[in-house]
Ligand binder design. Structure first.
Ligand code: SF4
Length: 186
């Protein structure tokens, strides 16, 4: 005999055997199955998508990311994630992730495929060249500004805390770039 919850929420007695009897047979495969995150290191992280800042747990084993889920200890999300945050694993591990860039040279009619390394070098060269040509050390009234007004930065909502920190520190504090904006605020 066991107790089951009736429709009205009260407990009542029944002679039916419970569905999950300990005598239920298990296949060898079921018995030997283990969670795929067993033995994985758990790293605390923050969802990269929006300013709610839901906390996440990232499971890593042998340098490979196995899973990302909500952190139950977070007072913000208490273990939950919205559909976007719940798909964070696919954001990090995805064979469809773009690993090359399309480049069209000035006045060219065709796009070319270039590597990310090439694109990073090109961006660094163009930033240096533009900053060297336009850097303003002092205003006409003699006030020191050390500013570069010819470059702007527009970030995306998938930038995480660390990336935004680096952007602000490098571009503003290091290079003197003033207009730094983020798509999530616009
Ligand atoms: S899980 Fe959803 S609500 Fe939470 S930070 Fe990520 S995108 Fe925002």
């Amino acid at each position: 005999m066991c107790a089951v919850r009736a429709g009205g929420g009260h407990l009542r007695r029944t002679n039916r055997r419970p569905m999950l009897s300990p005598k239920r047979p298990f296949s060898r495969e079921s018995v030997e199955k283990k969670p795929r995150i067993r033995g994985a290191a758990v790293k605390r992280s923050v969802c990269p998508y929006c300013a709610v800042g839901c906390a996440q747990l990232a499971y890593v084993k042998d340098g490979v990311l196995l899973d990302v889920e909500g952190d139950p200890e977070s007072p913000i999300n208490r273990g939950t994630l919205c559909p976007k945050g719940a798909a964070t694993y696919q954001y990090a591990v995805n064979p469809l992730r773009i690993t090359q860039v399309m480049y069209r040279a000035p006045y060219a009619e065709r796009w070319e495929i270039k590597s990310l390394e090439w694109a990073m070098d090109r961006i660094a060269q163009r930033i240096k060249q533009t900053r060297d040509e336009t850097f303003v050390e002092k205003l006409p009234d003699g006030k020191t500004v050390n500013a570069c007004y010819a470059i702007e930065s527009l970030g995306g909502a998938t930038l995480d805390n660390e990336e935004n920190y680096m952007i602000k520190k490098l571009l503003c504090g290091g290079l003197g770039i003033i207009p730094i904006e983020n798509q999530a605020r616009i």
